[in-house]
Design a protein around this ligand. Structure first.
Ligand code: MG
Ligand code: ZN
Length: 235
């Protein structure tokens, strides 16, 4: 019975996710789902990354949280359009949350939509939001045992950022063990080692995102359609 209900929930989610992905692909917009535990450094990574994309990709952000608009305010301070999605107690975003958020973002002025998921290393990994690219985060402060404990978070990632690497001398984090476990769980993901204030690896992540967006555009004969009925900015 429980399994049947879960299957229905995921089927409904997958239908909405496909709609989100089709909409964004038709507009030549790369969609990123950013996942990781609470305090792993998702918003801080965006604060380092988004300024590096200026003049290359026009970004917009959906911020998922249980409560508060703290993170949306940090993104807005960068001059990037942002919508806060409050899940009202739910511990993950669904594709329906994202659908509502996309209706309110200025998609006509975006090449990249980043969805920062609710801080949680567990169930967000089960929900396709309609992203093209999944980036999973592990911070050095969380410990090197987390790839093995939360393998699902990393298994379907296209890229993995190990954040706060400048803390490694102060915490119990064997980077070789962590990277070896990540490689075993997901041999094909790109791994970026970042520091609290960014670092060179964030520039490489920015370059990688530009290439991934080019790949989305390449799947389209016309990257910027103006089809009637497409979701656009609200007046
Ligand atoms: Mg955050
Ligand atoms: Zn959940």
């Amino acid at each position: 019975m429980v399994i049947e209900i879960l299957r229905k929930v995921l089927e409904k989610n997958d239908a909405a996710a496909s709609q989100n992905r089709d909409l964004l692909t038709s507009r030549g917009i790369l969609c990123v789902n950013l996942l990781g535990g609470a305090g792993s450094g998702k918003t801080t990574l965006l604060e380092a990354l988004l300024p590096l994309l200026e003049g290359r990709l026009r970004a917009a952000v959906l911020e998922g949280d249980l409560a508060t608009t703290c993170d949306a305010e940090r993104i807005a301070a960068l001059g990037v359009p942002v919508i806060q999605l409050l899940t009202d107690g739910s511990c993950h975003l669904t594709a329906t949350h994202v659908q509502r958020g996309l209706e309110r973002l200025p998609l006509g002025e975006a090449d990249l939509v980043v969805i920062e998921n609710v801080g949680n290393p567990i169930c967000p990994a089960n929900f396709d939001l309609g992203e093209h690219v999944r980036i999973s985060i592990l911070s050095a402060a969380e410990g090197d045992d987390k790839p093995a404990k939360y393998a699902l978070l990393f298994r379907r990632a296209d890229a993995i950022a190990i954040t706060k690497c400048d803390l490694i001398p102060h915490v119990a984090f064997d980077i070789e063990r962590a990277v070896a476990d990540l490689r075993r769980i997901n041999p094909s993901a790109r791994v970026f080692l970042t520091e609290i204030r960014g670092g060179e690896s964030v520039e490489q992540l920015a370059d990688w995102l530009v290439r991934r967006r080019d790949a989305v555009c390449a799947t389209q004969s016309s990257p910027e359609p103006t089809a009637a009925g497409a979701i656009g900015p609200r007046p």
